[in-house]
Design a protein around this ligand. Structure first.
Ligand code: ASP
Ligand code: MG
Length: 436
């Protein structure tokens, strides 16, 4: 395989692709940034995927007027961007967008009777198909030799629709078969894959980060850069904490911990494929490309430098007491965890005592009701809603006490490197300050 430049992968998310100005900015960034990448992975523009989900519901609900209006909005918004970018030369790109909209419409007409996950995957990726069509044409028009690449023929998966599993060997093989010699920049869709026999699959919401990591892994890339609407990773969500500080450097293992505890930084599945090949990942600001960003790699030396704070809201606390006043021994704990596994609910914290187990669970879903019902056969279940789970990595006591002051701690768990406390949501502010 011939490599033209550094084997870097760039990924741009929907928040960096909202309008024509963003696409122009992307073009400048690609022209100016040192080290042109080999592959660019794109999400759908702005909130297009949400709009496609609503379109799907309208199609399946036989809500014809609503469906028509939503399809027309998608068409109009994308064509407006094409018009703004290409002006009098818009027609070839506009025709491709029109063709994608017609194909999407056709799919909805024929698939509404199929199972929803299949129908979902055959239609939800049109946001990515349109964004890559527009952006690759724009880059080409700006003088960057570009090739649009269909990710459905690149990332090979099983047929587990909406959460497809990657066939790593087959994907590596497909990438090897690609013609790299013409030095063109490959622009492809995040989020999408395809089965061996050509059905479209998706990797789960937010899966474009994962796509970039899959391609990097299989290509043995030197680096992945994810361009985001934040300048990097922070020790707390900068939208919620007025004095959060940026982390310059952090390890894969620490980042996986943060994602596990609910930090919305990078799609959690993206780290492992990079970690296995020791490919560094840099998160950078799309708006300020020259600022240093945050780098994630195998080096753990800076992980404990500052405490990292994660908030998880809309939590539910289920406290279980055995009806027969038995002790919460391993058999009972095994039984309780078995119920969680069966209904597919994740506990964000488990806190146990002699005659009680407390489970902190993510926001209510239909499955939660099934879980409570199943547990109620053997346990008295006390439920509290609307809680905020605070997780601190590398906690110091002053920080923990400062963040807890004036709030009732409903459950707590602590080990050598992580402390968690659960508070009533109505005692927690919208805007926080890290005590110093
Ligand atoms: N467009 C998809 C989503 O919004 C994938 C992504 O953005 O990563 O979930
Ligand atoms: Mg998206």
């Amino acid at each position: 395989m011939h490599r033209c430049d550094m084997t870097q992968i760039f990924k741009f998310g929907g928040a960096s692709l909202r309008d024509a100005d963003d696409i122009r900015h992307l073009g400048h960034l690609m022209a100016d940034f040192p080290g042109r990448p080999l592959v660019v992975v794109l999400s759908a523009m702005g909130k297009t995927t949400n709009a496609l989900e609503a379109l799907l519901d309208a199609a399946r609900g036989n809500d014809e007027a609503n469906y028509r209006e939503r399809l027309e909005n998608l068409r109009r918004d994308h064509l407006a961007i094409v018009g703004a970018l290409f002006g009098s030369k818009a027609s070839p790109v506009a025709q491709r967008v029109e063709a994608l909209i017609a194909e999407l419409d056709q799919h909805h007409r024929t698939l509404a009777k199929h199972a929803r996950p299949f129908h979902y995957d055959q239609t939800i990726g049109f946001g990515e198909l349109m964004s890559t069509t527009i952006v690759s044409a724009w880059l080409e028009a700006s003088g960057i030799a570009t090739r649009w690449q269909d990710a459905r023929r690149l990332i090979v998966t099983d047929d587990c629709y909406q959460a497809a599993n990657v066939d790593w060997a087959a994907t590596t093989e497909r990438l090897r078969e690609l013609a790299w010699d013409d030095c063109r920049l490959l622009v492809t869709q995040g989020f999408l894959g395809g089965t061996q026999d050509g059905q479209t699959t998706t990797l789960g919401r937010g899966g474009s980060d994962y796509s970039a990591a899959i391609l990097a892994h299989c290509l043995e890339a030197e680096r992945v850069t994810m361009w985001k609407d934040v300048p990097g990773l922070f020790n707390a969500d900068p939208r919620r904490f007025d004095n959060a500080t940026q982390l310059e450097h952090i390890s894969y293992a620490e980042t996986i911990e943060l994602a596990w505890h609910g930090a919305k930084v990078i799609h959690p599945k993206s780290l492992a494929p990079l970690q296995r090949k020791r490919i560094p990942l840099t998160v950078r600001s799309f708006k300020a490309p020259r600022t240093p960003g945050s780098t994630i790699d195998a080096d753990p030396r800076h992980d404990g430098d500052v405490p990292i704070v994660i908030l998880r809201e809309a939590q539910i606390l289920l406290t279980l007491y055995p009806r027969d006043f038995a002790l919460m021994d391993e058999a009972h704990q095994h039984d309780i965890l078995g119920h969680l596994v069966r209904v597919g609910v994740h506990a964000s914290m488990i806190d146990s005592a002699a005659m009680r187990v407390s489970l902190c669970l993510d926001r209510p879903t239909g499955r939660l009701e099934a879980l409570v019902e199943a547990l109620s056969a053997d346990y008295r279940v006390v439920r509290r809603n609307n809680l905020t789970l605070l997780t601190v990595r590398h906690p110091d006591d002053g920080l923990l006490e400062g963040l807890s002051a004036g709030r009732d701690c409903l459950a707590e768990r602590r080990n050598a490197d992580t402390a968690q406390r659960l508070f009533p949501g109505d005692q927690c502010p919208e805007s926080w300050h890290l005590p110093t």
